[in-house]
Design a protein around this ligand. Structure first.
Ligand code: C2E
Ligand code: CA
Ligand code: CA
Length: 367
């Protein structure tokens, strides 16, 4: 049926081509069209028209058509590359309402960067270019060190310091995040073991576990395996997950979290309030810690409403027996407000930015 549909589509599209234009079926439901046009607006409206015509040809099937456009500026350009650029533009549309996108240089820069990241990542892991930075969390009231979060940094030999938002999304797409998160967990376990052996009463350190991990059924065993190599007690390691993990295999997620908590790890929900369906995930998943996103505090107009929501979220979390960590806290007013609301821990630039292990040790170690 699928093949048949593709074939009918092919002919339906072909019917709309003008003299000297051509097309090909590439793969899956992807077609490459070589069209003649004078300006982008005119082309865009022609493509809109094509979409409507095609939808009319298949009235009983729900089809979604998207166009990525790459202009042929030079007749000797590589066709494969032009086509890939058009595909890239279309991919950037994602699930937007919009269905036509024109390729531009920024997209191509991003693609070059992605390729570089993919070429370099294995080497980087082996060469220890990825480093663990720790950002402390402080208790409200006494303002003592109460925990820390491990955040990755890439110290690239030619690019220098690369922040995570420039590579984590790429690793999440290509699966390398699995290796990187394992590395971070292992480094944290190793570090905690060392500090414990030196007599430091260590605080729990949290590690980010990307959504991609939650499809494996033996994730809990896998995590125990890494941590137990260093014989550190599980209560000094906390695992942060985002509610997006819910969108995949819910049963696996629920059973993994249960196993992890039974094994003595604290599990926290990261970025609470930044996404959607937050309350629903709290209903189904019992967790130890709720991390409230500082987004609630940003944007001046809605500050009062933000504070109201934070107050109620804290109350709710307490009723659910969860600890509350507020993150992204940048000023004293926020700290005072959160202290009043009996938030447990605060993480943010107000106290400290993420820092290398040595610096963390120098600042906070007291044997
Ligand atoms: P996240 O898990 O929500 O981490 C908190 C982010 O907020 C960190 O950004 C941190 O540096 C930043 N931050 C902390 N305090 C403040 C503040 O007061 N103001 C502002 N504006 N920002 C603050 P960072 O280190 O750039 O990490 C960004 C994201 O990358 C993290 O967000 C996390 O989603 C991801 N990430 C970082 N390391 C890892 C990792 O090892 N594994 C995985 N899976 N993701 C990671
Ligand atoms: Ca986090
Ligand atoms: Ca967060």
């Amino acid at each position: 049926k699928g093949e048949e549909l593709i074939e009918r589509l092919y002919y339906a599209i072909k019917k709309q081509l003008h003299h000297k234009e051509t097309m090909a079926h590439y793969e899956k439901a992807d077609f490459g069209l070589l069209l003649i046009y004078t300006d982008e607006l005119e082309l865009a409206s022609r493509l809109e028209g094509m979409i409507q015509t095609l939808e009319g040809v298949f009235p009983n099937i729900k089809l979604k058509f998207r166009f990525g456009v790459c202009e042929v500026e030079n007749a000797s350009a590589d066709v494969e590359e032009l086509y890939n650029n058009a595909v890239l533009a279309r991919e950037i549309l994602g699930n937007d309402e919009q269905n036509i996108a024109f390729f531009d240089e920024a997209m191509s820069k991003q693609r070059i960067w992605e390729r570089k990241v993919e070429d370099d990542m294995e080497r980087a892991l082996n060469n220890r270019e990825f480093q663990v930075y720790l950002q402390p969390k402080f208790s409200t009231g006494e303002e003592l060190l109460g925990g820390a979060e491990a955040l990755v940094r890439w110290i690239h030999p030619t690019e220098g310091f690369v922040p995570p938002n420039k590579f984590i999304p790429i690793f999440e797409k290509n699966g390398f995040i699995l290796k990187l998160d394992d590395f971070m967990l292992e480094e944290v376990a190793k570090q905690q073991a060392k500090w414990i052996s030196e007599g430091w009463k260590v605080v729990p350190v949290s590690v980010n576990i990307s959504r991609a991990h939650f499809t494996r059924e033996d994730l809990a065993e896998h995590i125990c395996g890494i941590v137990d190599k260093y014989q550190v007690p599980h209560d000094v390691i906390e695992l942060e997950l985002t509610e997006s993990a819910f969108f995949d295999d819910k049963d696996t997620l629920l059973s993994t979290v249960k196993k992890l908590r039974e094994a003595g790890f604290a599990v926290s929900m990261d970025d609470f309030g930044a996404g959607y369906s937050s309350l629903n995930s709290l209903k189904e998943l019992s967790l130890d810690v709720l991390k409230i996103d500082a987004d609630f505090f940003r944007g001046t107009d809605s500050l009062d409403r933000g504070m109201l929501i934070v107050t109620e979220v804290i109350n709710l979390a307490k009723k659910l027996n969860m600890k509350i960590v507020a993150e992204g806290i940048e000023n004293r007013e926020q700290v005072d407000f959160l202290t009043e609301q009996e938030c447990d821990l605060i993480q943010g630039y107000y106290y400290a930015k993420p820092m290398p292990l040595e610096e963390f040790e120098k600042n906070y170690k007291n044997v």
